[in-house]
Design a protein around this ligand. Structure first.
Ligand code: BES
Ligand code: ZN
Ligand code: ZN
Length: 492
């Protein structure tokens, strides 16, 4: 789908193009709608009077006149936030998708301030593009539903150059979101740890410094917690490091760390068939870090961001680690592995410790599809937020509300952490069944020292089967906007 921005005075009527007018309630018919009315000899006022159309949020009315098809699309009173404007765009996309036009024209001729119109149009365009995402690459016939694909959207606006610039910014953010969706949707026989590394290496083309630690290098660093997880797989384990140095005058940075388990069978503590059906998405945390790094680099944000992903595959094999094994993590802390399916925390233990030690970030946010229990607690709507720092968790919560990547604060009292003490090692990797998401978070806390840190348990939000205004089902791209906004507001 392509966007072109055209000056509104250059509006040309076209029989085979759908003209979309965004309409406010009780507002007189716009200049351009009047022109169309005169030309096509239809009385839009009469049509409106005889319909129930009230220009409510997302409401639409199709007028098939002989020489110019028109869609009136309600935007209500325009008292909404950025996010609701985006949702309006998603609804508009769903509305026009089925109508069969290849090109549609969005005509912005509202009687509102230029600033408001700019915001409205740019966010609507974001929503349209966002809702259009599909993962159909493995379908031979991906237009089996016989719908003609929408190719062009022409935007007629007074604010031509501004809208143009916004389309560019939207493209950078959506470029990241779509990458995250692609990675999370990709099956595990394709997105192996090696293929994930290829994807990281490709980032050097957009100015990201890339460093890949292989098994030998990690071995030397003592990352036995991470390495132990990959022992039962033919795929090699890696630590991928991405550096975006957008502010060369400043040494300070912030870090995003992701769990990248390309497939989680559970290892010798094997999951059930049902339980491992969706486990290609267990690299979802790393997928979010990738999407955010891409958006940050494309937008050339003037901040320094470190992205780190721990890449492993958790498989059962003669060489796999066993329940009862003890490993020494890079931090020196020893861990008794009582359940090989609690592997994400082992990967993160070393990835977090390494990131903190090497880059001394101002704060670290890690993202991981860590526990099934967080889905029981919060469903698919909000990620679990665990943090040792109130300022950090408050700002993540607030930006979440703004961007729509919602979180909910969970507790981290010491008592939960006590459940993770082992009788023969410093820690064990599972506690009791109750409160297991909090115990998992408490386990991670052992590896970040006093650095401000937040852990987002994203097991419930990386995938969503039901549709929303901005999402058509499947991988959600949750978190890219959140991390992008956090990075954007960073002062160094
Ligand atoms: N990757 C899973 C968590 C998960 C479950 C993500 C469902 C998405 C959907 C994780 O590695 C895991 O298996 N966790 C166990 C921990 C348990 C053994 C303490 C869990 O949640 O059951
Ligand atoms: Zn697991
Ligand atoms: Zn897992």
């Amino acid at each position: 789908m392509q966007f072109t921005v055209i000056d509104i005075n250059e509006l040309i009527f076209k029989k085979n193009e759908l003209f979309i007018f965004i309409i406010q309630p009780k507002i007189e018919i716009s200049t351009y709608l009047k022109k169309i009315q005169n030309k096509s000899k239809i009385d839009i006022k009469i049509i409106l009077e005889n319909s129930n159309f009230k220009a409510k949020f997302g409401e639409s009315l199709l007028i098939r006149s002989s020489n110019q098809p028109i869609l009136l699309f309600g935007c209500d009173d325009l008292i909404y936030t950025n996010l609701t404007y985006e949702k309006l765009g998603g609804i508009l996309f769903s509305t026009i998708k089925d109508l069969g036009f290849k090109t549609v024209s969005l005509i912005s001729d509202l009687k509102i301030s230029s600033a408001k119109e700019k915001k409205l149009i740019s966010k609507i365009l974001f929503g349209i593009k966002s809702k259009s995402y599909e993962f159909k690459k493995y379908k031979n016939n991906n237009i089996s539903d016989n719908k003609i694909k929408l190719k062009f959207i022409k935007i007629y606006s007074k604010n031509q150059s501004f809208i143009q610039k916004q389309i560019e910014t939207n493209g950078h953010i959506l470029g990241g979101i779509f990458l995250t969706k692609d990675l999370t949707s990709e099956p595990a026989n394709i997105l192996t740890t090696d293929e994930f590394v290829n994807q990281i290496k490709a980032f050097s083309e957009i100015g990201i410094e890339v460093e890949i630690l292989d098994e030998d290098q990690m071995n030397k660093l003592g990352m036995n917690a991470l390495l132990g997880v990959g022992k039962g797989s033919k795929s090699k384990s890696y630590l991928g490091v991405m550096r975006w140095n957008g502010n060369k005058k400043e040494k300070k940075n912030i870090a995003f760390v992701g769990k990248g388990v390309c497939f989680d069978s559970g290892g010798l503590s094997l999951k059930s068939g049902r339980g491992m059906m969706d486990m290609k998405e267990d690299m979802g945390g790393a997928g979010i870090v990738m999407g955010a790094m891409k958006s940050i680099a494309l937008q050339k944000l003037k901040t320094n961001i470190i992205g780190v992903v721990g890449l492993v595959e958790n498989m059962p094999d003669a060489n796999a680690q066993r329940p009862g094994d003890v490993v020494r993590s890079m931090s020196g802390k020893t861990i008794e592995i009582l359940n090989t399916d609690a592997e994400g925390r082992l990967v993160l233990a070393d990835a977090l410790y390494y990131t903190n030690k090497k880059y001394k970030p101002e704060f670290i946010i890690n993202l991981a599809t860590l526990t099934g229990a967080i889905i029981s607690a919060l469903g698919n709507e909000r990620a679990g937020l665990f943090s040792n720092n109130d300022n950090l968790s408050k700002s993540i919560f607030d930006i979440g509300e703004e961007t729509g990547d919602l979180v909910w604060k969970m507790p981290l009292d010491k008592i939960y952490g006590a459940k993770m003490k082992s009788s023969i090692a410093d820690l064990k990797n599972i506690g009791t069944a109750e409160g297991s998401s909090i115990q998992a978070a408490s386990f991670l806390k052992n590896f970040i020292g006093t650095t401000p840190w937040a852990h987002l348990d994203v097991a419930g939000v990386v995938w969503k089967n039901n549709q929303t205004e901005l999402h058509s089902g499947g991988a959600t791209g949750w978190g890219v906007k959140l991390l992008f906004e956090i990075a954007k507001r960073q002062k160094y």
